[in-house]
Design a protein. Sequence first.
Length: 155
Amino acid sequence: MKYWRLIIIGLAFVFLMYYYFVVYKDDQVDDDRQQTQQQQMTNQKQWETQTDEQQPVVVKATPVTLSKAEPIWKFTVSFTTHSGDLDQDPTKAVVLVDDSGNTFQPTAWEGPGPGGHHREGTLTFNAIQPSPKFIELKVKDVGGISERSFKWNLE
């Protein structure tokens, strides 16, 4: 009977050590991972959506990635109209212009094809190197408007 007390104390000690090294330490590692992920998300700049409401087509543009470390830059672009169809090819209607006036064509459009009253997708461009002070997304000849301009400062 005198060993039962030692056995119970020993088991309690083993259980506490198990809890500390397996459960508590894993929670700490998970917390550290979550903090790192949150810090990375905070470090990524949130870009403002800009809207051009000139009728008959409303155009919205939002940078998704414009990081110096990224090899490609992406923009979410949407076109909305209540009259006619949206038949323009975004890869031909949209260009990216840097602070030196250089023009860059998109490499891809990820979104619905021509037609309809609403189109939203992602335009992809090769990253501009070296990174300019600002960039301007220009949408040409959509809805009878010769040019719409959306500008973001990168510094």
